[in-house]
Ligand binder design. Sequence first.
Ligand code: PHE
Ligand code: ZN
Length: 855
Amino acid sequence: MTQAEKHPVQYLSNYRPYPFAVEETRLTFVLNPDDTEVRAELALSPVDQNADLVLDGGKGLRLIALGIDGQEPDPAHVSRDDERLTIAAAALPDGPFTLATTVRIDPSANTAFEGLYLSGGMFCTQCEAEGFRHITFYPDRPDVMAPFRVRIHSDLPVLLSNGNPVETRQGFAEWHDPWPKPAYLFALVAGDLRAISDAFQTASGRDVALNVWVRPGDETRAGFAMESLIKSMKWDEQVYGREYDLDVFNIVAVDDFNMGAMENKGLNIFNSKLVLASPETATDLDYERIEAVIAHEYFHNWTGNRITCRDWFQLCLKEGLTVFRDQQFTSDMRSAPVKRIADVQTLRARQFREDQGPLAHPVRPDHYEEINNFYTATVYEKGAEVIGMLKRLVGDEGYARALDLYFDRHDGDAATIEDWLKVFEDATGRDLTQFKRWYTDAGTPHLTMTEEWDGKGGLVLHFEQQTPPTPGQDHKPPRVIPIATGLIGPNGDEVAATRVLEMTEARQSFSFDGLGARPVVSVLRGFSAPVVLHRQIDDATRAFLLAHDTDPFSRWEAGRELALSALTALAQGQDAGDDFIGSVARLAAEDATDPAFRALCLNLPGEEEIATRLSSLGHVPDPDAIHAARDGLATRLAQANHELLDRLYQDMAVDGPYSPDAQPAAKRSLRIAALGLLNRIDGGDRAEVLFGTAGNMTERMAALACLIRRGRGQAALDAMLDEFGDNRLVMDKWFSVQVMAAPSDDAAAIAERLSQRQDFDWKNPNRFRALLGGLAANHAGFHHAGGAGYAFTADWLMRVDAVNPQIAARMSTAFETWPRYDENRQQLVREQLQRVAGLTDISRNLREMVSRMLE
Ligand code: PHE
Ligand code: ZN
């Protein structure tokens, strides 16, 4: 049998309910690093009397015993292949029965970090999406939900699982989770761990014990995670009326983890980089991410766990909604406009990029080979944008009513996007048939606006929408697009407050009357829809909006557009940029404006973003020209505003003990933006002083990157190695900054040299991503015309694939933009992708990615 036959493409339209109900799942673990025994007792009731019992279970399960109501079934009725165990209907009782299996597994050999594995001497699990089948035989699908009882035998001091503790003594623990859950939310942890602990009382008076578990010695860096958890619990009660539902909530930090974190019921498991933080080791951005991801995983308790997904096609049901909720949370904790701008930047950098290339897919895909390849920016970030649009269309109150109905109607369910939309239809009376296209159709719509001014107070806005084809979807019908629009008078006052224009046709016009003079249109305020906007506008009008728009997002966007129009012109050999330099400097000098907002305006778009823009304008991006254009414009900006930048650099210094709060972090972000520009003209002197004196990692890392860019980073790198050589998280930064800030000609060679170091522990996902992801983030370096960046990346994809397929498949997205580059680069990438495709024993994960990219 070929790979493809063994594991065919999965289709949404093939969904069938599971023919058995699992009334209870009882698991007993006897933990040993290379020989763990797992006994599973499933209380089953047939729903369809004629169905065979099919259980998922990988090759790594050594089946020791099998019994149905205590009897071993006739072997003629039992069959097994690489992926499942089947017991023929003929061997099954008519009514409820208990299936017992005993298997043995080897956690120490598990380098893919899926199922039960070891990380730094501790046992832990990762079961989403389909990891549970590497632990025991089970219907490993999200619509099969059961209460779990888990017994753990081990000499390790801390033994954890989901739910509430039933019994804990030396060598043994028993846990019970009363809330029916799918197997992907199962978790087990055993190790020599230390907790920092706190308590929370829910609105209705339930006392909850909170613990953040870390390795001995890391306790001092877990406090911020705990604070973030408590803030999240309060916020979900206040804003969504959602209370926690168990007596304990445990968080565990592990060093080897493929993703960011996981929402297992009552036992969240986190990549340690999203838990551990101290001022000396973590940047402001790290702190902000920890706060957001702790919130995200906590919020999953309702959006994901209490209401889960019917099948993996519905992944955005929990992820889009939970990202939307964590974004709301961060806006409430910090600055809402700054958060919105940052989210749009991420969306464009990751999701628009994905939509533009061969990996484009709908927010709700309708087929896949390997579900792990669909934990994407489209499912997560665009999934959140779609909910933002829904909220804009039905209003805040409509949204609140719909969410209440959702929790009411679907608590305990494994639900679908149809269920989700129906709730909005029932709560608000709105027909969402057309809106559903945002879930089913891939691609970023292009929206073109033209203006018609009649000279006597009437303005008509004409819009046209068009979505380019994506793989498998050539024709895209028009979508509902909420276009938040306001009008600004010539004196800078707002003459029409924000109004949401609802576009439903391919072409549609909206008029405004009774205007005194021709206003400036502020359109797509707050980025009210995830579209690419085209409008006829000159730089003077953009500069006007940057100075006067009352919507902070649109204000920033005007500056961004000014920068991008200058940069795309410069990259094509034209002269441009004076308008941008003048107006961004005026904004940077506005002392009353949030420093974080000013920093966002001062930071030039990255090279990747410039390439994306050029490509969406129909040009072939030239990485070297883009690099030179950005360099040149930044240097001119610095030269023209030397004094202002120096003043900002001084003024934004924060005295006193470090705090990761939004306000001091905002000042540091502006200070660093100024430093980055000054660094282009002061030879690196300020950066050197700052690196030696800063008391926080935010400024030290910024200074280090500056020094590397000036070709004088070695001493600082050595100092950091000396000080933090045994701190994994800091060393990850140390690896990545060197490749990210490297000159494009040397980036691949530097990556190569770093990859030969003893401490390049490439089997650790964070370390692997630090280096390979660092290179991919160096646009001109990765896309160097010699092809060394491509070859280096492909070599490592092949090597890591044998050990950890998920990590190989994720990193392969470094190549997803290849069709937009020139012939030479296309050819170089094609060769590398073909080389990877030819790998013997290539994983299903990587094979699917590479073949989609080559199609
Ligand atoms: N469900 C996790 C989250 O988004 C992500 C994840 C997916 C983690 C798969 C591990 C494996 O919160
Ligand atoms: Zn999530």
